[in-house]
Design a protein around this ligand. Structure first.
Ligand SMILES: [Zn+2]
Length: 199
């Protein structure tokens, strides 16, 4: 029997995280910008909103087994020097890591996360998994639905500064949203209008 303790967060589904990321872009005046300047936002803009916030680039061997880590209470994202440089140079995977860490900073301080023992044989509900929340936040921030719905993988990869696999994954999510919207419009069309009924 394997027993694992995991950190769990206040429940957030993809839809809520998407709305949050959209609002953040809007507040920053970047809701129509394809290439989200994650490093400029982290280094120049976030400290204006959260004065304690800063990034610490450390020697790679100072973070064994970790590319980056965030301590929201201390307002710090610690990141390997190699990842930091890559992110500054616009390398897709490094930009995604930084956006993921920003998600942790915004969502996961000690007030709203808890350590929990996972019930044997059952899976943790995905909406309370902080790593999943940070992954979704990063994808929704860098590759938002409203800007990609009519684009293809190559356009997204090129204009949004993200990897091919991230672009593909986000397009799959966009297809789901489109389907939901279409289903909604469809039911609306099917329902007879009041004047038709009275005739
Ligand atoms: Zn994480």
């Amino acid at each position: 029997m394997s027993l694992i303790s995991k950190r769990v967060a206040q429940a957030r589904n993809r839809n809520q995280i998407r709305k949050y990321a959209y609002q953040l872009r809007k507040d920053l005046g970047l809701d129509q910008t394809e290439y989200f300047p994650i490093m400029r936002i982290l280094e120049n803009v976030l400290p204006l909103i959260y004065p304690e916030f800063h990034i610490e680039a450390v020697e790679d061997n100072e973070l064994p087994g970790r590319m980056a880590e965030t301590t929201p209470e201390q307002g710090v994202i610690r990141v390997r020097q190699s990842v930091y440089s890559a992110a500054c140079n616009g390398v897709a995977w490094a930009r995604m890591i930084m956006a993921h860490e920003l998600g942790h900073f915004l969502f996961h301080d000690s007030q709203n996360t808890t350590f929990a023992y996972v019930e044997t044989g059952s899976r943790l509900p995905p909406d309370i998994d902080p790593e999943r929340q940070a992954d979704i936040f990063a994808a929704e921030l860098l590759i938002p639905y409203h800007l990609i719905k009519d684009k293809n993988v190559y356009q997204i990869k090129k204009h949004f500064g993200v990897s091919r696999s991230a672009a593909e994954a986000q397009l799959r999510q966009a297809a789901k949203v489109k389907k939901r919207h279409e289903a909604k419009t469809h039911t609306k069309e099917k329902r007879p209008s009041p004047e038709k009924l009275s005739r």
